[in-house]
Ligand binder design. Structure first.
Ligand code: SAH
Length: 367
């Protein structure tokens, strides 16, 4: 293949490995997703039935409305600060923000009128976001969260849905009594995993590992969370974080998906979506280290039901045709049932330090 061939990202990665030796998996994942010309998110709209995956806001407008109502409640609890800033990290097509703003336009016009800041690297998706959110709101885009925090002054109220799973993950593997970096090298002239040097100073890795066990870290998730947490601790605000993940190290969770099907991690770099499970315990440690609090995670199904999704659907169904009612029920099932997105997806809330228990996050046993 020449540099002009369709998959030149593959050639570029191969050349880097041939010149410099194996690269950390995190570097490989960052190149696949973010490379300026050929990176996955830079080149396409990946969402929907015709794309590679479907996200909750694309399933039903009720998802965004419920998240919007929840944030409106948090805004009210904070005393409705006049300088509040609305933010979203990784807004995709802009559907979630559009639906949240729809809920606010009726019930919390202050948030509909607040400054709107989005973190998005993809030029393709920025254009789609502009179209979806419309002329009604002047939007400021940022390349990363540090830039967003530096450009704003007031408390941040907002959301990150399926954003953290797309930040590059580092993998470690346990060999002969220590954790080693997991690298991407050439194995029989194809991309494959090879062991790297021993890792030093990685906190909170799984106890009692066995040979060959894999653990994941997400240094970029820690940086993003630290920036948000510092802001929330100093200025107030509330940020919802929704993603698939667990309350601890996810182990070997990186996956590649193209056209709704799993594919090999090393198949056609830049053509498949690479993502990983989010380690909410790691986010919580980072939040607390900056003087903020991460509440949860709770399962998405439980969260949405506790904040009133079923009631909202009933309302929406009152004047609906039987066919529309079936669509509503199917959407609820997809968002909340444990067999679908209800259990694997989790919801956490970043807020200033304190002890209150917002709706949806009640601990087991209380309703
Ligand atoms: N929240 C949307 C989209 C999720 S997909 C939804 O739920 O439908 C991930 C989003 O994060 C995309 O918009 C992608 O372009 C963006 N993204 C991925 N990596 C990013 C990074 N490192 N910095 C900023 N945005 C990123």
């Amino acid at each position: 293949m020449t540099a002009e061939a369709p998959n030149s990202l593959e050639d570029e990665i191969r050349r880097r490995i041939e010149t410099d030796g194996p690269m950390p998996f995190e570097t490989y994942m960052a190149a696949c997703l973010g490379a300026a010309q050929a990176g996955y998110y830079q080149t396409r709209d990946p969402f929907g039935e015709a794309g590679d995956f479907v996200t909750a806001p694309e399933i039903s407008g009720m998802f965004g409305e419920m998240c919007g109502l929840f944030l409106a409640h948090m805004y009210e609890l904070s005393g409705k600060p006049a300088d509040a800033v609305v933010v979203e990290l990784g807004p995709g097509r802009g559907t979630l923000m559009r639906d949240m703003r729809h809920a606010w336009s009726a019930l919390m016009p202050e948030l509909a009128a607040a400054e709107l800041h989005l973190v998005e690297t993809s030029p393709v998706l920025r254009t789609i976001q502009k179209d979806t959110i419309g002329e009604s709101a002047p939007v400021t885009w940022h390349a990363d969260t540090d830039e967003l925090v530096a450009a704003t002054k007031g408390p941040l109220f907002g959301i990150a849905n399926e954003f953290f799973d797309a930040l590059p993950a580092a993998q470690l593997i346990w060999r002969d009594g220590s954790w080693h970096h997991r690298m991407v090298g050439l194995v029989n002239d194809r991309f494959g995993f090879v062991d790297g040097d021993a890792a030093t100073g990685s906190p909170a890795l799984p106890d009692a590992p066995q040979d060959g066990m894999v653990a994941e870290l997400c240094p970029q998730a820690d940086l993003v969370t630290a920036a948000l947490a510092r802001s929330v601790a100093a200025r107030g605000g509330a940020m919802l974080v929704i993603d698939y993940g667990r309350d601890g190290n996810p182990g070997d969770s990186v996956q590649a998906v193209a056209a709704h099907k799993p594919v090999d991690l090393f198949h056609e770099p830049g053509q498949a979506d690479l993502s990983h499970w989010v380690d909410f315990a790691a986010l919580r440690r980072t939040a607390e280290s900056q003087g903020a609090r991460l509440i949860g995670p709770v399962a998405q199904g439980r969260f949405l039901m506790r904040i009133g999704l079923a009631m909202r659907a009933e309302q929406a169904g009152t004047d609906a045709s039987p066919e529309e009612r079936r669509t509503l029920l199917a959407a609820i099932d997809r968002l909340t049932s444990p067999a679908q997105m209800g259990e694997v997806f989790k919801v956490a809330l970043l807020v200033p330090a304190g002890t209150g228990q917002p709706p949806g996050f009640e601990t087991e046993g209380s309703s």
